[in-house]
Write a protein that binds this ligand. Structure first.
Ligand code: NAI
Length: 308
């Protein structure tokens, strides 16, 4: 199993590290445009192999796509992250050009690759990859909901004063501060609805804290987060590489599901060796449906800024 990670910055390197530590891939190629940067990150990570007990070979390259040839999965994290006070949407100008070039280079050397798009604004970048590459729908996946759901579970566990492993919950919709739809009604603690334990006000607060989860960290760190994004990407890569048939909310091209068409937005999917094995339709009530439609309006407004 060969995985390429484009962008050896904060998220790309964290993602490569988690993939290596999970020890399911034979090779991870880390590629960056900055001379020597990916080579340095790869060497540093390889020097953790004996300490962390993995055999995955991590290779760093500067913009040489021939070294990525034959990749089964490729992750696109190249681009600029947001600074405090910025929205993800403001990154579109620079990142669209980067994502378009990178995806085309990847496919040239790995025609069967499954692409995971991370660069922001992620839903729009995923849409751009669809429109510019023409790859089959099952092979283009945007990562956002897996991270947002992990942040939701963190906030739920905090409110419930419960271990994280006791809680479950999912965030669908667009990967933006206003677009996320945390499904509080379906969230559980040991399979019991969390509404049994938390007031409506407290649950609304959990949902709000989840939606600004990225912005909260950007303010604290001065740049966007990397551990949880890297871990979330590595979980998607593992689900595909190990054919886990596991459910994650991801940004995928919809064709009528959830009443939406010609848009990439977060919905639950089953991930396995073919990439998207299935789009899962969950029952939403009217309020949840309305939030999803509103979220789609926001994503489409950003898509409209693209010159595809
Ligand atoms: P970073 O600045 O640490 O790393 C980005 C790397 O991309 C840099 O090393 C840069 O040299 C490289 N790069 C730029 N243009 C390139 C090109 N044409 N080819 C190859 N490499 C290139 O940024 P960070 O924090 O790693 O974030 C990366 C992206 O991921 C940002 O757009 C950020 O907003 C996004 N992000 C998305 C998340 C999600 O949930 N979808 C979560 C966190 C970040």
């Amino acid at each position: 199993m060969k995985v390429t990670v484009v962008g050896a910055g904060a998220v790309g390197a964290s993602c490569a590290e988690y993939i290596a530590i999970k020890n399911f891939a034979s090779e991870v190629v880390l590629l960056d445009i900055k001379e020597g940067y990916a080579e340095g990150k790869a060497m540093d990570l390889m020097q953790t192999a004996s300490l962390n007990g993995f055999d995955t070979k991590i290779v760093g390259v500067t913009d040489d796509y021939s070294k990525t040839a034959g990749s089964d999965i490729a992750v696109i994290t190249s681009g600029i992250p947001r600074k405090p006070g910025m929205t993800r949407e403001e990154l579109i100008g620079i990142n669209a050009g980067i994502v378009k070039t990178v995806s085309s280079n990847l496919i040239k050397h790995s025609p069967n690759v499954i692409l995971i798009v991370v660069s922001n604004p992620m839903d729009t970048m995923t849409y751009l990859v669809h429109k510019s590459t023409g790859l089959p729908k099952n092979r283009i996946i945007g990562m956002g909901g897996a991270l947002d759901s992990a942040r939701f579970k963190y906030r739920l566990a905090e409110a419930l004063e419960a271990p994280i492993s006791d809680v479950d919950g999912m965030v669908i919709g667009g990967h933006s501060d206003t677009g996320m739809v945390p499904l509080t009604r379906q969230a559980t603690r040991n399979s019991i609805p969390v509404s049994e334990f938390l007031s409506n006000d407290r649950l609304s607060q959990v949902a709000e804290d989840t939606k600004v989860g990225g912005a909260t960290l950007t303010k604290l760190l001065g740049t966007s987060a990397w551990y949880a994004p890297g871990a979330a990407v590595s979980s998607l890569v593992q689900a595909i590489a190990c054919d886990q048939k596991k459910m994650f909310p991801c940004s995928v091209m919809l064709d009528g599901e959830y009443g939406l068409k010609d848009i990439c937005i977060g919905v639950p999917i089953i991930l396995g060796k073919n990439g998207i094995e299935k789009i899962v339709t969950i029952d939403l009530n009217d309020a949840e449906k309305a939030k999803m439609q509103e979220s789609a309006v926001g994503v489409r407004a950003t898509n409209d800024l693209l010159e595809v």
